[in-house]
Design a protein around this ligand. Structure first.
Ligand SMILES: C[S@@+](CC[C@H](N)C(=O)[O-])C[C@H]1O[C@@H](n2cnc3c(N)ncnc32)[C@H](O)[C@@H]1O
Length: 272
């Protein structure tokens, strides 16, 4: 990827954050994207489409087809991962989409009857859009670091797609404790993470670190944005990140809709 090659150069020049903003601008002003997006107005599912600025911030592309196809695939993937572990979405009373962005996945649950749907994100521009357009979900805004305002044991499932991929280790650990608090005993946590597929994107020292089972973090000072990138070796997730959770399932590159990310399903232990 371009950012892998250009990032270190821009960083040395003190221009990385500026370069990232330019990249986001260029992406949404590309005239080809404008024409490709035209067939999607009005939107096929009857829910408004987020503006290009929000699509770029969340998905790194302002193309509506990328956003919609990816969201639909990700929602299906969540359902399938649960099903292969004998869990039906419809049996869950309350679900939280953590780092919901502009509702890329949430919008595909609008017909899920009998399940309370919640979404939260630390970016108020994204949550304002969701609160306005996804009336079937309860939307909250959290801070970069926990806690949230949800009561203990509130959810049956928390999922966070491509969120820990942009948070440094200390923030991830703090959020794992918060998820533990807000999930009911036996509740489920689904994460998508950059795993072994991404080794080819790492430079030599990063690759060594990854292969030794250590987390690799780039640009941790941009925590929460897509500029900060984090790569999770399987051993790290099993031995460190999982903490008080039991690992229920691990599907390498199995987070469809979040291409090539690993899917991890955890369960909050019933005791402890
Ligand atoms: C790559 S986007 C993915 C968005 C969404 N999960 C999806 O799949 O479309 C990462 C999202 O995580 C959110 N995020 C990052 N750090 C967060 C935090 N500490 N709390 C809540 N949301 C966070 C960002 O604002 C962004 O919306």
């Amino acid at each position: 990827m371009l950012i892998d090659r250009l990032g270190p150069v821009l960083e040395r020049l003190g221009l990385l954050a500026f370069g990232f903003r330019v990249y986001q601008w260029v992406g949404r002003l590309d005239p080809r994207v404008y024409f490709r997006n035209r067939p999607y107005r009005p939107s096929p599912d009857g829910i408004a489409m987020p503006p290009g600025r929000l699509l770029m911030a969340v998905a790194g592309s302002a193309e509506i087809a990328v956003y919609l196809d990816g969201g639909q695939l990700a929602a299906r993937s969540i359902r399938d991962i649960l099903q292969r572990n004998q869990i039906e979405m419809g049996d869950l009373r309350a679900i939280l989409d953590f780092g919901c962005g502009c509702g890329r996945v949430l919008r595909f649950w609008k017909d899920l009857a009998g399940t309370e749907l919640h979404g939260t994100d630390y970016n108020p521009e994204l949550t304002t859009w969701c609160a306005r357009h996804l009336s079937f979900a309860r939307i909250g805004t959290n801070q970069l670091a926990p806690p949230t305002s949800y009561p203990a044991s509130r959810f049956d499932l928390v999922y966070a797609l491509s969120v820990f991929t942009h948070l440094p280790e200390s923030a991830q650990m703090a959020w794992m404790s918060e998820f533990h608090r807000i999930l009911r005993p036996g509740g489920l946590l689904l994460l998508s993470l950059h795993g072994a597929h991404y080794i080819s994107r790492l430079n030599e020292p990063e690759r060594r670190q990854f292969l030794a089972g250590d987390l690799v973090t780039r640009y941790d000072y941009s925590a929460g944005t897509n500029l900060c990138n984090v790569f999770h070796p399987e051993a790290y997730v099993r031995n460190r990140l999982s903490g008080d959770f039991e690992v229920v399932d691990f599907i390498p590159e199995g987070a469809r809709g979040n291409p090539c990310q690993d899917a991890w399903l955890f369960r909050r232990r019933r005791v402890g």
